[in-house]
Design a protein around this ligand. Structure first.
Ligand code: SF4
Ligand code: MSK
Length: 668
């Protein structure tokens, strides 16, 4: 990061320069013009009633300042944060609800275009939540699984289904502090109630409910969504694809899926392979149809079908500015309303599809899971019909990089021993021996208020140099992908000696792309498996593991950060702290949460300090676990890592007629 740029992505920067010459505004210019309000930014503004907004500023604001009702700064900052958690939880969990409804409709035959793709995963999930599956028709099991998950939203008392999936000691901590979620909707509603005027004023009490709500997101909404998506569309395993603006083709119809929910996008993928649709594209002068993605819908179809991605959040306007996007179809979340106005300068058609999300200026084609294929076909035809309208207007920047994505929990287990011996033992052993120093979840949005994607990239390189294995999700993955970081060669070129050996032996990149924002739940289940495997911590807390969201912007990121903290992971966010005005709230979220849950949520704008804090947390966890002190290039004894060829040999011997390529070949 020698030069201060708007984006650390060279292609993005070139498109921005092209746009600047033509006075085309993007989020980058708007971020420059519109500085954040310093009072709201640090959590010191309350507007939950119309006696306010009350802004608690000044030297003694924390001790002496009061709003009109008498609320003090810690109460106000805590309330603001809890409302962010509630917003983020609502977003992920409403997505999960839609997935559960689709599973139910697929199981009952009402959504004829959907089917159960991964039966093995369905059975695994059924087993965890106590649904009988042996000897029963697949759709009956799927229906019961869907109904049981739907209960998680409206349950009034008790515990969400997946609470019991957490390590026993982690669950005990949650029970001790009263933060096991009852039902997802209940926790969100209670968060809104407690933070409305004149209700809960104790910052610690408020934040404790914030953690309960966040856990409803992580171990409820996100985990439910990940698992149902795998059941419906297949559990990901590594696929090769490409990333950045060069995924768009000059001579084909470019259709982009953007947002978060994978259901419509999955059917669109299918439609683009339909020979009659391809013929239709050719009749309009194109050589074919090229599907690409943006943000987390991109991550979903990238992981399962190798559909290329144009990148994350801040790339959405820039994608349109290539002039090559014939249609951009959006579902929900992280969609900038600015794209509708921007698209008028080009030929791009913006198509909104969710009944929950419309944008003035966009065309609305409402998605309905009962009629998915017909709607998907209509959208693809709209893109094709718009292809002849393409003009020369546009930056036509076309760089791209190879990526490997698709590392589900199940595949990571498989790659450490194969179909018959899969486990997390080799990973735990490599950490114990000091070959891998620790694990970092690099997640969250990219943000135009910093050199966008730059903090992700800086931290990714520095961490792997330090033998830290990275698991990434959401726009963090996109930032790494559009830099060419998601390839095994990355390990050869940049990883420390221990991590490089591990990556070479298994044939993996040092940065594992785990999926979309909701797939942060995969990190929770991986950490749980590592705890169960033994040799490290017997709960998620205490592992040499840290979560980082260096460029976060969304309320969802706050909910994710808090569910990791409550699960026992120290988390470091970039940017100004949204509770920075209150020392008391900051102390609760760092020191008090660490004492209770072994997790914390820090905010640190300086990337070098973020890196130092991360390595410090990892090294302290190693010391507390009495693991070998990490020294680059010096390792303790550990079992030999099996390479891919050795693993296949074992599988051939154990099951000579079975496929050897993946975890659930027969079902996918
Ligand atoms: Fe002001 Fe209290 Fe109303 Fe908040 S709740 S806006 S602090 S009067
Ligand atoms: S899309 S929440 S900008 S990660 Fe999941 Fe990216 Fe953040 Fe949205």
């Amino acid at each position: 990061m020698d030069k201060v740029m708007k984006s650390a992505d060279i292609s993005a920067e070139r498109i921005l320069e092209w746009g600047e010459e033509r006075k085309i505004d993007t989020c980058f210019e708007r971020a420059e013009k519109l500085k954040p309000c310093p009072i709201g930014e640090t959590g010191a503004c309350c507007k939950v009633c119309h006696m306010g907004p009350c802004r608690l500023v000044g030297k003694n604001a924390e001790e002496e300042g009061r709003g009109v009702c008498g609320a003090q700064l810690p109460t106000i900052a805590a309330r603001n944060l809890v409302r962010m958690i509630a917003g983020g939880t609502a977003a992920h969990s409403d997505h999960a609800r839609d997935m559960a409804m689709t599973l139910l409709a697929a199981a009952t035959g009402e959504a004829k275009d959907f089917k159960i793709t991964d039966v093995k995963k369905l059975y695994r999930v059924a087993d965890i939540i106590g649904i009988e599956f042996e000897g029963r028709p697949v759709n009956d099991v799927a229906k019961d699984v869907a109904l049981k998950f739907i209960e998680d939203f409206g349950r009034q008392n008790g515990e969400i289904n997946y609470a019991k999936r957490a390590p026993k000691k982690t669950l005990e901590r949650w029970r001790k502090w009263g933060i096991v979620p009852r039902g997802i909707d209940r926790e969100v509603v209670e968060a809104m109630h407690r933070t409305s005027v004149g209700v809960d004023h104790d910052p610690d009490h408020l934040l404790t409910h914030g953690l309960k709500t966040a856990l409803a997101d992580g171990w409820g909404g996100c985990m439910v969504s990940t698992d149902i998506t795998d059941i419906l569309f297949g559990t990901p395993r590594p696929v090769k694809a490409e990333a950045s603006f060069g995924i768009f083709k000059e001579d084909e119809v470019n259709l982009v899926v953007h947002g978060h929910e994978p259901t419509l996008a999955e059917i669109i993928v299918d439609v683009t392979y339909d020979p009659k649709i391809i013929e239709y594209a050719k009749s309009r002068g194109a050589k074919g149809i090229n599907l690409g993605g943006m943000c987390c819908t991109a991550n979903e179809v990238l992981m399962r079908h190798g559909i290329p991605t144009a990148g994350g959040f801040t790339n959405q306007e820039l994608g349109i500015m290539t002039g090559l996007v014939d249609a951009l179809t959006v579902d929900v979340q992280c969609i900038m309303p600015a794209i509708a106005e921007l698209s008028k300068k080009f030929h791009t058609k913006i198509i909104t599809t969710s009944r929950k999300a419309m944008i003035p200026g966009a065309v609305h084609v409402e998605y309905d899971e009962h009629n998915a294929r017909e709607i998907a076909e209509k959208i693809v035809r709209m893109a094709i019909d718009n292809y002849p309208n393409r003009t020369k207007q546009g930056s036509h920047i076309t760089d791209k990089f190879p990526v490997i994505a698709g590392f589900s929990h199940e595949y990571i287990e498989y790659m450490q021993g194969g179909r018959w011996r899969g486990s997390f033992r080799p990973l735990n052993d490599a950490i114990m021996a000091g070959r891998i120093r620790g694990v970092v979840g690099l997640a969250g949005c990219d943000n135009p208020r910093v050199p966008s994607q730059g903090l992700h990239r800086y931290l990714a390189i520095e961490l792997i140099k330090n033998d830290v294995l990275i698991v990434s999700t959401g726009c963090g993955s996109a930032a790494c992908g559009t830099a060419g970081y998601l390839t095994p060669e990355m390990a050869l070129e940049n990883a420390g000696p221990g991590l490089r050996e591990v990556c070479e032996a298994i044939g993996i990149p040092p940065i594992l792309h785990l999926g979309a924002c909701v797939d942060n739940s995969r990190i929770l289940t991986i950490a749980t498996a590592m705890a169960a495997e033994g040799g490290l911590s017997d709960e998620i807390g205490g592992m040499p593991a840290v979560g980082i969201a260096p460029e976060w912007m969304s309320e969802k990121a706050i909910a994710i950060g808090c569910y990791f903290a409550a699960s026992g992971v120290p988390v470091i966010f970039g940017g100004e702290s949204p509770v920075g005005a209150s020392k008391e709230v900051t102390k609760i979220m760092t020191e008090v949460w660490f004492e209770r849950f072994m997790g914390a949520l820090h905010f640190e704008p300086d990337p070098e300090k973020m890196l130092a804090m991360t390595l410090d947390y990892i090294d302290k966890a190693r010391a507390n676990l009495k693991l070998r002190k990490y020294e680059p290039g010096k390792f303790g004894a550990e079992r030999v890592l099996m390479d891919m060829a050795a693993r296949r040999e074992i599988e051939r011997a154990a099951a000579p007629h079975a496929g050897v390529g993946g975890i659930n070949e027969s079902e996918n």
